[in-house]
Design a protein around this ligand. Sequence first.
Ligand SMILES: N[C@@H](CCC(=O)N[C@@H](CS)C(=O)NCC(=O)O)C(=O)O
Length: 232
Amino acid sequence: MIDLYFWTTPNGYKVLQFLEETGIPYRLIPVNISKGEQFEAEFLKISPNNKIPAIVDHDPIVGNEPITIFESGAILLYLAEKTGRFIPNDTKGHAEVLQWLFWQMGGLGPMAGQNLHFSHYAPERLDYAVDRYVNETARLFKVLDKQLADREYLAGEYSIADMASYPWVAMYKKLKQDLSDFPNLKRWYEQINARPATISAYEIGSSINTVPTVTEESKKILLGQKAETLAA
Ligand SMILES: N[C@@H](CCC(=O)N[C@@H](CS)C(=O)NCC(=O)O)C(=O)O
């Protein structure tokens, strides 16, 4: 049994997609990051960076002790290796998936995250910052679009690399992008969007998201973090 500590954000959906694709038994544990539940001591033991997603695998690959993992890329890789699904075994195919997974973790995720911050949540409008991150998101979408010009998925078969990028591309409107500017990416997006596991992951996610996630109170929690926030 896998416990998935989850909230309805792109990084959470990456792992939920994987679990729905494979059908391995899991329990969803919502962590309402708008209410500050990510700072609860029990959660920080699992995820010291106070962020979802995180997992506890009660039936790990080795040993009898439960394994805890935070960081969505590390979780996807662990689950792919545990199940033998969504990552090839051969060295070349494995490396291709890893490079696109790391590209998402180090590039698309952080840049799109800053785009959301400055486009929607920053307390003052900073044109320079909005332009920088909207343009950088567009450049990264173009990288995906070019990669997808002559292949169905980012690295061979549908893989954890696609699952990592999909939830961020799915936010294209909030990221101020027009998918018709990226026809190959649009085709890829529509293909993944129609997968039964993607549909069920988003249905499950939306069923737990019953309160508005971004309020003035939640902004103080999410946007006002300092070293002292974790001091206790
Ligand atoms: N690099 C991390 C980023 C995770 C992340 O940013 N999670 C956000 C939601 S998408 C979060 O939990 N934020 C809560 C907070 O910052 O307090 C990953 O990919 O797992």
